[in-house]
Design a protein around this ligand. Structure first.
Ligand SMILES: O=P(O)(O)OC[C@H]1O[C@H](OP(=O)(O)OP(=O)(O)O)[C@H](O)[C@@H]1O
Ligand SMILES: Nc1nc2[nH]cnc2c(=O)[nH]1
Ligand SMILES: [Mg+2]
Length: 165
C-alpha cells in the first residue's frame, strides 16, 4: 500500500497505448501465447492492446478488487477464471496474464496461484511487487500513485510558481 502518495504519475491515452505496445513488443520476443487472462478492470485495456498486437483471440477475465480509491482493502475475487481456460492451462497451453500495474503484489500473488505456469505481464511496476511480474515496461517508486487515462479528465493546472498570472 502507498497512501498517502507523495508523487503522482499521470498517464495519457497516447502514453498508455505506447507503453502497452512496448509491452507487446517485449512479449513477442519471449514466445507465443495461446490465451490471455486480463485482470479486470485495470488489465482490460492493456490486454486488448496486447491481444491485438500478438493476434491472440482467446481473452478471458478474472475480476479482482484490491483498492477503494487509493486505500488498499482486502483482496476480493469477484469473478473466477472460467473452466475452459483453466482446462487449457492444465493441458499445457501458454497463458499470458495481463494487468495495468503491480503495486504491493497482492493481486498478482492471488492470480498467480490460480494459474501457476502462466506468464505475468504488467505495463507498470512498483518495487514491492516487481518480483512477482515476469515482464513489465516502466518502474515507478513505491510512493508514486499512477493515474490512468480512464480516471482522468482535462482540468485547469495551477502555474508551477503558485501565482495566478
Ligand atoms: O499489487 P497490488 O497492491 O495488488 O495493486 C495492483 C492492483 O490494484 C489495481 O486494481 P484495483 O484493485 O484498484 O481494481 P481495478 O483494476 O478494478 O481498478 C490495479 O489495477 C492492480 O490490479
Ligand atoms: N490507479 C492506480 N491504481 C493502483 N492500485 C494500486 N496501486 C495503484 C496506482 O498507483 N494507481
Ligand atoms: Mg486491478
Amino acid at each position: 500500500m502507498n497512501n498517502p502518495n507523495e508523487k503522482s504519475f499521470p498517464v495519457s491515452w497516447d502514453q498508455f497505448h505506447r507503453d502497452s505496445r512496448a509491452l507487446a513488443w517485449r512479449l513477442a520476443g519471449i514466445g507465443s501465447f495461446d490465451a490471455i487472462v486480463a485482470i479486470a478492470r485495470g488489465g482490460l485495456v492493456p490486454a486488448a492492446i496486447v491481444a491485438r498486437e500478438l493476434n491472440i483471440r482467446t481473452v478471458e477475465t478474472v475480476a479482482v478488487k484490491s483498492y477503494d480509491h487509493q486505500s488498499q482493502s482486502g483482496i476480493k475475487v469477484l469473478k473466477e477464471i472460467s473452466a475452459p481456460v483453466l482446462d487449457l492451462a492444465r493441458n499445457g497451453a501458454k497463458i499470458l496474464i495481463v494487468d495495468d500495474l503491480v503495486d504491493t503484489g497482492s493481486t498478482a500473488r492471488v492470480v498467480r496461484e490460480m494459474l501457476p505456469g502462466a506468464h505475468f505481464a504488467t505495463v507498470y511496476a512498483k518495487p514491492k511487487g516487481r518480483e512477482l511480474v515476469d515482464t513489465f515496461i516502466t518502474e515507478v517508486s513505491q510512493d508514486t500513485w499512477i493515474f490512468f487515462p480512464w480516471d482522468l479528465d482535462v482540468a485547469y493546472a495551477a502555474p508551477i510558481s503558485g501565482g495566478t498570472d
